[in-house]
Design a protein around this ligand. Structure first.
Ligand code: SAM
Length: 211
């Protein structure tokens, strides 16, 4: 995001995008310390208000994330949903899962956020019930395998936000592998009669509603 846009949005939101910024900072510190092999990239805090909008829109009681990292967005989602909302977040790296669990414990969030250890493709088939909001923020090469579970784990009106589409469209990750998986996922998602999908140009995200 351009610096002046960031500055303007920060002024306009006036602290409405500041929830759990300590976890955002811890995520970045962790990644810098662990170097190239670490993919703990927290979402932009200016995306924070999106979760409040989606929680209000869906009257969210259950939210799901694939790709927990240090737990920044899971904490933001839980706060957006309020005290009656529960968040399940899937994390494939045992060290990241441990850090997130500790972080939730220290912040009094562990009753509301459950860390499910394992890769999305292994954990999703074991999940039951319906989620109101789903956020995909892990390895995009697995996304095509998530589709049937997204159908199974949502109800009409549920919202799915998919991140990490940039490798297909350019910007960061342009040289990363997995472009065909992203294209296949998006093509199937867009054509799936169970969803209506908007791909947000330039943002590397898509938003789908279960119909
Ligand atoms: C982009 S970071 C997630 C950041 C987090 N959503 C946030 O905004 O704070 C990606 C995380 O997903 C994990 N991950 C990557 N691929 C995964 C997969 N297929 N299943 C589960 N976790 C995965 C990585 O270990 C890393 O911690």
């Amino acid at each position: 995001m351009r610096k002046n846009v960031k500055q303007l949005l920060t002024e306009i939101y006036d602290a409405r995008a500041d929830a759990h910024l300590d976890l955002y900072q811890l995520s970045n510190q962790h990644r810098r310390k662990h170097g190239r092999g670490c993919d703990m990239f927290p979402s932009d805090p200016l995306q924070g208000p999106l979760w409040t909008v989606l929680a209000s829109l869906t009257h969210a009681r259950r939210m799901l994330e694939v790709g927990c990292g240090y737990g920044y967005t899971a904490a933001v989602m839980a706060s957006a949903g309020g005290p009656d909302c529960r968040v399940d977040t899937i994390e494939g790296d045992p060290y990241h899962a441990e850090l997130a669990e500790q972080a939730f414990l220290q912040r009094g969030l562990s009753r509301r956020i459950r860390v499910l250890r394992g890769r999305g493709q292994s954990v999703l088939p074991k999940l039951k019930g319906r989620y109101d909001v789903v956020f995909l923020d892990g390895d995009w090469r697995e996304y095509p395998r998530y589709l049937r579970h997204l159908r199974r784990l949502t109800r009409p009106g549920s919202i799915i936000v998919t991140a990490n589409l940039n490798p297909l469209f350019g910007g960061w990750g342009g040289s990363f592998p997995g472009k065909p998986a992203i294209q296949s996922y998006l093509t199937r998602l867009v054509r799936d009669p169970h969803f209506q999908t908007y791909i947000v140009p330039g943002e590397g995200h898509s938003i789908s509603v279960r119909v």
